[in-house]
Design a protein around this ligand. Structure first.
Ligand SMILES: Nc1ncnc2c1ncn2[C@@H]1O[C@H](COP(=O)(O)OP(=O)(O)OP(=O)(O)O)[C@@H](O)[C@H]1O
Length: 604
């Protein structure tokens, strides 16, 4: 399989290299536009398709870079290559500032804000004297590479498509890396990321700046290819066209950026030739034709061109991917096992029996409802403690309080001697408190291996640049080895490459435990880990949890399956109506009349 793909890629590259000799200037100019459009759309595939943040303002970043380099090379007479550095810096800083102001906005407010800043920046270009107002800047110098002038479109073609190929490669590496897994998890919500010690806002901000940088690179190429800039190619219409490219090509795949740019620009050119034959209002009709095409696409092919093209292949590839692949390979992509690498460093565990977690007078109010009412208990290192109680007793709320997913209304929380009340969830996770969720939070379209690898986020360091440039491979191998080790531990090692979404719900809960273990925790907080498991699976889970306790890990769990809990835990804390009912050994709790009354005999 690898050989035919390699041969196809080599043939495509040879054809691309030969094209300037085979086709006319018009086609080359169109291909240059496609390459530049694809760079912008690539950023949008990352930001919108994979990261879930829609931007209607991407053309503004293209404009910032285009104007920056145009101004520097015309007004200041500096080299366009210095212009590239200046353009990327300015685009990156602008994206950082805009992102810091807007990325915390939730729901529809973020896309709305992108329209606002997209419009304002385009208006700014038309009103600044030094930028030539609406007339723009002309006589921008062409690029030179060594002694070679890139003034001709045929020469620019090679630069544009080389940069596009490198950008695609960069993004491919990025997505199969530590920061890439965090980016791919953004759609799972901030809580999922925080539970592995990552800050969703920072991940989104980094992604926003990365996407803007691709737009910046495109803007720089645009300025020195056309040798003229004016405000209109960077306005809201252009932004919508870039978004259309990304959607039409397929927001879920990097190749969608290229396919979408080609589709939109070829269609646009075709319509520009065709429509004037039938009407004098070709411009308006073109907009209507595009709108109709867009609606049809959303109805019939949400995955865009590449979604359609790869659907059959994906269906075939899925079951096969699950077989016989062992990790150790970066990204879990390759089949052959690699030699073991130095394991990730582990944190020291506290001495068995030492105080680990203490909850003092915890209160949580939701408006008038007191979900947790003055609850106090402690957990010592190396024990398994169960938190039980009837439905609605406040157990999950208590879990959310002690993992800092929710803020306390009153009370104190200490973890390893530190006051953690008021800390961010990601900070507490970094201290060694790992959790699973009552309503499973996994990335269904990521492999089991990648889902577990996400757990090691806070133990590792690689950022976007290192990952995109593939300088993170040693660390990545360590992460993959750790993820595979945890998968083997829960008995899912052979299924490492399957999609998490293909697992039954009960098994997904177990997968969450592996992800939590990959964080190398001190305290494991499990919300209903046995729900949905068959008897044999429950026995295996109990065995695993006992083994973990044997290794010195501390476990706090909420569970409704009394048989499972009673045979597993060292101590129980029972809650009812938000308050603590009693605390004690399983035998003492089982014998307590108040507990039996609370459960209305469900423990019999
Ligand atoms: N975000 C919220 N806003 C308002 N009320 C909430 C919220 N979260 C929980 N509650 C309420 O707090 C109470 C305790 O809920 P919680 O989910 O903590 O109970 P639980 O013991 O975990 O129940 P179960 O075993 O059914 O999961 C319930 O009455 C619930 O409706």
């Amino acid at each position: 399989m690898a050989r035919p793909i390699g041969a196809a890629v080599a043939a495509a590259l040879a054809l691309m290299a030969a094209l300037p000799a085979l086709v006319g200037s018009f086609t080359i100019a169109l291909l240059n536009d496609i390459g530049i459009g694809a760079l912008v759309a690539l950023g949008l595939v990352l930001l919108t398709g994979i990261g879930g943040a829609t931007s209607f303002g991407q053309a503004a970043f293209v404009g910032i870079a285009a104007y920056a380099s145009a101004w520097l090379s015309t007004a200041q007479g500096l080299s366009p290559w210095l212009g590239l550095v200046f353009a990327l810096l300015l685009t990156g800083l602008s994206a950082l500032a805009i992102g810091m102001l807007t990325l915390r906005l939730g729901g529809h407010f973020l896309p709305l804000s992108t329209i606002a800043w997209g419009l304002s920046i385009a208006l700014l270009f038309g009103n600044v004297e030094q930028l030539g107002r609406h007339t723009g800047l002309s006589n921008i110098p062409p690029l030179h590479l060594g002694g070679w002038s890139l003034a001709r479109p045929q020469a620019m073609y090679y630069l544009i498509w080389t940069l596009l190929a490198l950008a695609l490669l960069f993004c491919h590496h990025l997505l199969h890396s530590r920061p890439g897994r965090a980016i791919r998890s953004l759609r799972g919500g901030a809580t999922l990321l925080a539970s592995v010690g990552a800050d969703a806002y920072r991940v989104r901000l980094t992604l926003f700046v990365t996407a803007a940088s691709f737009a910046g690179l495109a803007g720089w190429l645009y300025a020195h290819m056309n040798r003229f800039v004016s405000p209109s190619p960077f306005d809201i219409h252009a932004s919508i066209e870039y978004l259309l490219m990304a959607v039409a090509g397929g927001l879920g795949q990097l190749s969608g950026a290229l396919a979408g740019a080609a589709l939109v620009l070829v269609l646009k050119n075709g319509l520009q030739d065709l429509l004037p034959m039938f009407t004098q209002r070709a411009g308006q009709l073109q907009a209507i034709a595009f709108a109709a095409g867009f609606i049809a696409l959303l109805h019939f092919a949400r995955g865009g061109l590449m979604g359609l093209a790869t659907a059959r292949w994906r269906r075939r590839a899925r079951p096969a991917a699950g077989k016989h692949r062992r990790a150790g390979s970066p990204g879990g992509a390759a089949g052959a096992p690699l030699a073991p690498v130095t394991p990730l460093a582990r944190r020291p565990l506290p001495a068995r029996g030492s105080p680990l977690l203490s909850v003092q007078g915890a209160v949580k109010r939701f408006g008038g409802l007191v979900a947790v009412d003055d609850v106090s208990f402690a957990v010592d290192a190396g024990e398994i403690v169960g938190l039980i109680g009837p439905n609605g007793a406040g157990k999950t709320t208590m879990f959310n309080l002690l993992t800092c997913t929710l803020a306390l209304s009153a009370g104190q929380l200490r973890f390893q001697g530190r006051d953690i009340a008021g800390m961010r969830q990601s900070e507490v996770a970094r201290l060694g408190l790992a959790r699973t969720f009552q309503h499973v939070k996994l990335r269904p379209q990521m492999s089991l291996l990648d889902n577990v690898a996400l757990g090691a986020h806070a133990r590792t360091r690689a950022g976007v640049l290192r990952a995109g440039l593939r300088l993170d491979r040693a660390e990545e191998r360590q992460i993959m080895q750790e993820a595979q080790r945890q998968l083997d531990r829960i008995g899912l090692g052979e299924r490492a490459q399957e999609w998490a979404g293909s697992l039954p719900l009960g098994t997904q809960r177990i997968l969450e435990i592996a992800r939590a273990l990959a964080a190398d925790p001190v305290l494991l907080v499990l919300d209903e880990p046995a729900a949905g498991l068959r008897r044999q699976e429950k026995l295996a889970l109990a065995g695993l949890l006992r083994k973990l306790r044997g290794e010195g890990l501390t476990i706090l769990l909420v569970e409704h399956d009394m048989d499972f809990v009673m045979h597993l835990v060292d101590r129980l804390v029972v809650m009812n109506f938000g308050a603590k009912l009693i605390e004690g050994t399983p035998a003492a709790v089982r014998a307590d009349a108040r507990v039996q009354a609370a459960y209305l005999g469900s423990m019999e």
